[in-house]
Design a protein around this ligand. Structure first.
Ligand SMILES: [Zn+2]
Ligand SMILES: [Zn+2]
Length: 133
């Protein structure tokens, strides 16, 4: 598959775009979210490349800690009741514009802490239809 599948995602609660065109990672708009850990709050920018681990944030979070993710528009908590298969931390979900869901693990340093499709085959076939890949 194409390693450079670029995701365009929106909030599962309010439907507004989470893409930050001011903050580029790997030359693409990043996925911007508000985060909190204990008494600290900040922002995180995730690479929008499917399968990419890269991200930037403006607060320090120790490894293995769970981070709360919030929509920057509606400020709803995006950590869901669904648990990560590797570490049981809450999974954070986003809707993809063309359909489908991506999810990341909310625990720092977890292997699931990157952009991934919930249903890879469905999502990939939608990409093929949408972009003619
Ligand atoms: Zn929202
Ligand atoms: Zn995890």
């Amino acid at each position: 598959m194409d390693k450079h599948v670029n995701l365009n995602v929106k909030c599962i609660k309010c439907g507004k775009s989470l893409m930050d065109h001011q903050k580029m990672i790997n030359n693409m708009p990043s996925i911007a979210l508000n985060i909190s850990h204990k008494d600290k709050t900040g922002k995180i920018w995730l690479c929008s490349n499917y399968g990419c681990y890269q991200h930037e944030k403006n607060i320090e979070v120790p490894d293995k800690e769970i981070v709360n993710f919030y929509c920057p528009h509606c400020e709803e908590l995006l950590n869901s009741d669904i648990k990560c298969k590797s570490c049981e931390a809450p999974i954070v979900k986003f809707n993809i514009y063309i359909g489908g869901v991506v999810s990341i693990c909310s625990r720092k340093g977890c292997n699931n802490h990157y952009v991934m499709f919930e249903d890879l085959s469905t999502a990939i076939s939608k990409f093929h239809r949408a972009y003619g890949m």
